[in-house]
Design a protein around this ligand. Sequence first.
Ligand SMILES: Nc1ncnc2c1ncn2[C@@H]1O[C@H](COP(=O)(O)OP(=O)(O)OP(=O)(O)O)[C@@H](O)[C@H]1O
Ligand SMILES: [Mg+2]
Length: 410
Amino acid sequence: MTLDLTIGIIGGGQLARMMYEAATPLGLGVKLLAEAPGVSAALVVPDAVVADYTDADAVVAFGRGLAAVTFDHEHVPAVVLRALEASGVPVRPGPDALMHAADKAVMLARMTALGVPCPRWRVTADAAELVAFGDKIGWPVIAKTSRGGYDGKGVFKIDGAGDAGVPFEALDRALGPTERRPGADAAGATPAAGQADDARAAGVVIIAEEYVPFVRELSALVVRRPGGEAVAYPVSETVQRDGICHETTTPAPGLDAARAGAIQAMALRIADELGVVGVLAVELMERPDGEVVVNELAMRPHNTGHWTIEGALTSQFENHLRAVADLPLGSTAPRAPVVVMSNVLGGANPDLVGSLGVVLADPRVRVHLYGKSVKPGRKVGHVTVCGDDPAATADAARAASDYLEGRAHA
Ligand SMILES: Nc1ncnc2c1ncn2[C@@H]1O[C@H](COP(=O)(O)OP(=O)(O)OP(=O)(O)O)[C@@H](O)[C@H]1O
Ligand SMILES: [Mg+2]
């Protein structure tokens, strides 16, 4: 039987898996395009289509008859998105919005044009230009690839002229067949290893950014419907280690209502200006003086919004689907004074499910395991604790994620 409202999700990671969980009570159908059999969402969504998301024909065939198509990552090439749109299926968010999440240079240029604060930046063609930038604004600087980065891959702290070649060499190495997916964008096909220059021509560049000596990182999540209706979640504080999100606390401690409101308004404005449909996550860095600058945009449910499953009246996954299906958005109000989410990364413990007997002994702990095999540093799950006391809530969440990771709780 075909459901009236079936949403296509491209990408089979944990975000798609959690979107599927949110679709079920709404009675929405989900069709999944997975990059490989056995990936996180393909373990739960029936009849997943296994296909290459850079193959326009395969993606268009996947989209046929769907109410809308959305994503669990931003790596679908623009030419494929355009082909999908041309086939008559609503693509949400659409390619004009999504390019700002897929390409950090495009994002920085647009934020600058909109007057949204971001680190000082420039696109650099080679190590000499990176050195010139560092000499001008001061060392260290951050260098990052414009596309294809995730979990801190493609982000480099450059201390001085001696390291300036590092990001360019890494880009050359990354242009192998697996990591080079996003560079397929303009070319329409994944370049083979050794086609570094072609891929650069296709738009992957090294961006130099001012090193922001942030006191903490924040995340502002908003959700927008096609007609412009939008909602904002409370702002979260996020802790990243080695470029990977480890923990979030919501609401961000010590952020007064006026500043939180200003940050939410900025995120809503960005969503509106860019015509985002679905979740927009605005990753922010807070400077010592309290000013915030935009680090990155994501247009899909985001790791920093996982707390909303138990911690908000409507989860980010449900609100994303509601937006994609053009349904009224749900309340973003928190369910508890403080909500802490702690990621579970692959560690010494290979048997996550076998650890549930211990971690669930604390009735406050809510566990989400993604069905992924444990590999070092890989995101394999998260835990959430809602509470009243920030320290006790964080401690309960950390105790559970430490145990799942096979580490002694500090
Ligand atoms: N200009 C900067 N100054 C200081 N630190 C930075 C800067 N840019 C990035 N970082 C640090 O590096 C982390 C990763 O950067 P960024 O978000 O751009 O990369 P990413 O690989 O796309 O990450 P992810 O996908 O995990 O969000 C940031 O969360 C921040 O901790
Ligand atoms: Mg980031």
